[in-house]
Design a protein around this ligand. Sequence first.
Ligand SMILES: Nc1ncnc2c1ncn2[C@@H]1O[C@H](COP(=O)(O)OP(=O)(O)OP(=O)(O)O)[C@@H](O)[C@H]1O
Length: 295
Amino acid sequence: MTDKDNAVRVRGLVKRYPDKVAVAGVDLDIHRGEVFALLGPNGAGKTTSVEVLEGYRQADEGEISVLGVDPARGDRSWRARIGIVAQSSRDEAELSVAELVNHYAGYYPNPRDPDEVIASVGLEEKRKARTRKLSGGQRRRLDVALGVIGNPELLFLDEPTTGFDPEARRQFWTLIENLRTEGTTIVLTTHYLDEAEHLADRVGVIADGRMLEIATPETLGGRGARTARVSWLDADGAHEVRTDSPTAEVAALMARFNGEVPELEVRRPSLEDIYLDLIGKANVAAAAAVEAGVA
Ligand SMILES: Nc1ncnc2c1ncn2[C@@H]1O[C@H](COP(=O)(O)OP(=O)(O)OP(=O)(O)O)[C@@H](O)[C@H]1O
């Protein structure tokens, strides 16, 4: 993969705050056209990393290229190629939804159609509502609308669906899938593992400012190779076995039951199981390092 295929290239990113190293040497490539999810506990360094990529914060160390430009030197035309949905929203309370989206469209050389964008985030019925009268979830949808109105090549979404009801979340997922199909590169942070699993081509898990692993949701932490659990029910009650060959187990059960196996389920560890495992191991390693006096 060449640099031309990467929307983002980061090597050795370090960002320090006065009393905290928020990002402690992160390497990251985000491919053009992919959806990349950054996962990690509260305070891990996700927002700080994203803010450096957006040009909103300056890195203390590292090489950073976003759409071929160092974000610290990004000019207006570079900014117009990027969409940002930050964690906290902007406040233009006296404008209506339609006014605000149209207003933002005016900032960009090649904006999307404001009415289509309002519809795509499910705010058609709120077109004329003052933004201060929106609910928390509706305000978040408006933030997403403002992030995509400029037709960005690269879209950053920091916890975009916090406060969404399940239906709004599904609708948002469809919007992201559509943007991806159109070729937009998308970087999102989320605490919802099902969201990462549904949307992301690849995920990166960050803890205490360090990147623990980057992989597809299917292969993170060796997930694909992890032992499966096969469970079923018979006259004696519920049964469960752990096995590396679930297909053979199911075939044996089918033969035993001579057909349908009652309540049959085959489960592999969920992305959440794997994620918690990774974070747990990182905590243990950090505690051991402190004990040994190396941290
Ligand atoms: N402006 C700031 N000044 C000082 N410290 C900060 C600042 N912003 C963040 N930090 C600290 O840097 C660390 C990383 O914070 P960051 O917001 O990047 O984490 P995060 O992974 O986005 O967390 P969350 O999931 O809670 O949003 C935290 O310890 C935080 O307290």
